[in-house]
Design a protein around this ligand. Structure first.
Ligand code: NAD
Length: 430
């Protein structure tokens, strides 16, 4: 099929690469001309395992091209996906400016039937606004359909998630749109949920909010564990084996972050409020998440007493492993708070230091975890990269000023760490 993806960020690039890998002709569009110029040269703006190779291969096979020319993309593609960002406004609402701009651009350039698909995460009823916008700006009486096809990929495992999804959600209002999307996704052989557009939009917001709620739930349990000396990982294991609950998203830590959960939760709360429903449950999820970061900072303070002039070694910035994404990463708030209190920070992350450099104040970025440890008063773990799991702890102990490890991701075994002579503090564990 001939398809276009408007917006070449995490979702647009992964979707574009994967659709081309499946044999479709894909045009990836972005209004960031520098990004497009780099992509044309094979420079990928994000770190996502396997993405560079897949893009290079499909560019060579001439199934994947990059452009800023939306007109040509609309002319050549029967299916047009919108994958632009929907960042939060100050009031928590999703900023849909990008969606509206793209809808207008598609409308004025459409000469034949087109299926316009929302892939960006958008509040319920956005589909009808996209439809209304296209109807308003379209030049002649051309038939078109709007559909919702929310994306569930996880950064760090995005290609695998795209090619092997748990389900594909398709929100449509015509048989033609349904048939086109079913045919496009047929090679994936995944369970399909075909529904109306509003339900599809809600599936995305409800899913992300539910996952965020699971994280906040276990983080709240971790606080009780801390108080009574119980072990939250054991509690989570005992809960997770219950098939009705499931084991995933029950890792206590420093809270969720990233470009999706915080923003999607805010947007769901705000749209619900606008529609006349006070989503109290989600407000609590958000509050628990905020407090979890503060509780972790307290653990650092309780261990060091005075933060000012202490050297704190930090491992991990990205909001989760295997990505360079630092948007809304809890680490950023924690690092900033420690800096405000006068700490000297030494930081290492395998992928996200370049992005963090522009956003963090005076910080020493290190070449590896051992440089972080050298002369630090403690070692703080903020992201659970595999690289940090296999550290040489005899070396770490020698390099640190004192053997103090404060682990916000529970990646080490407390008994082993204590056996090695560390004062080891983690989340919700003895
Ligand atoms: P992103 O910021 O990485 O990429 C968005 C891209 O859209 C940017 O390259 C930007 O330049 C481009 N863009 C913005 N306005 C444009 C316009 N008018 N014309 C052309 N290009 C334009 O964002 P992302 O992480 O890819 O997310 C995109 C959407 O997908 C969001 O709604 C997000 O919530 C959703 N989503 C993201 C993820 C994820 O893990 N990142 C997962 C599922 C869904």
């Amino acid at each position: 099929m001939n398809i276009s993806i408007i917006g070449s960020g995490y979702v647009g690039l992964v979707s574009g690469a994967c659709f081309s890998e499946l044999g479709n002709n894909v045009i990836c569009v972005d209004n960031d001309t520098k990004k497009i110029a780099n992509l044309k040269k094979g420079i990928i703006p994000i770190y996502e395992p396997g993405l560079e190779e897949m893009i290079t291969l499909n560019m060579k096979k001439k199934r994947l091209i990059f452009t800023s020319d939306i007109k040509n993309a609309v002319a050549s593609s029967e299916i047009i996906f919108i994958a632009v960002g929907t960042p939060p406004l100050d009031n928590g609402e999703a900023d849909l400016t990008g969606i509206e701009t793209v809808a207008r651009n598609i409308a004025v350039n459409m000469k034949d039937y087109r299926l316009i698909v929302e892939k960006s995460t958008v509040p319920v009823e956005t589909g009808q606004w996209v439809k209304h916008t296209i109807e308003t700006y379209i030049k002649s009486k051309i038939k078109f359909d709007v559909a919702s096809n929310p994306e569930f990929l996880r950064e760090g495992q995005a290609i695998n998630d795209f090619l092997h999804p748990d389900r594909i959600v398709i929100g449509v209002e015509s048989k033609k749109a349904e048939a086109l999307l079913i045919s496009l996704y047929k090679p994936l052989n995944a369970p399909l949920v075909v529904t109306d557009i509003k339900s599809a939009e809600l599936i995305k917001h409800a899913s992300n909010s539910f996952l965020a709620a699971k994280i906040s739930f276990i983080n709240a349990v971790s606080r009780v564990c801390d108080k009574v000396g119980a072990d939250v990982t054991e509690v989570a294991r005992g809960m997770g084996l219950d098939k009705r609950i499931g084991a995933s998203f029950l890792n206590a830590g420093i809270g969720y972050g990233g470009s999706c959960f915080p923003k999607d939760l805010d947007a769901f709360i705000t749209i619900s409020e606008k529609l006349g429903y006070d989503f109290e449950l989600l407000k609590s999820v958000r509050r628990v998440n905020q407090k979890q970061k503060i509780a972790f900072q307290e653990k650092i303070k309780d261990s060091l007493w005075i933060i000012k002039d202490k050297t704190i070694g930090v491992l991990g910035i990205s909001f989760k492993p295997d990505t360079d994404d630092i948007r809304n990463a809890p680490s950023m708030d924690i690092i900033n708070a420690l800096q405000k209190e006068g700490a000297i920070l030494k930081v290492y992350d395998p992928q996200s230091m370049q992005k963090a450099k522009g956003q963090l104040g005076k910080i020493k970025f290190c070449k590896d975890p051992y440089e972080v440890c050298k002369g630090s008063d403690c070692l703080v773990i903020l992201t659970e990269w595999d690289e940090f799991k296999g550290l040489d702890f005899l070396k770490v102990k020698k390099l640190l000023k004192r053997p103090l490890v404060i682990d916000g991701r529970n990646i080490y075994d407390p008994a082993v760490m204590k056996g090695l002579g560390f004062n080891y503090i983690s989340v919700g564990r003895k």
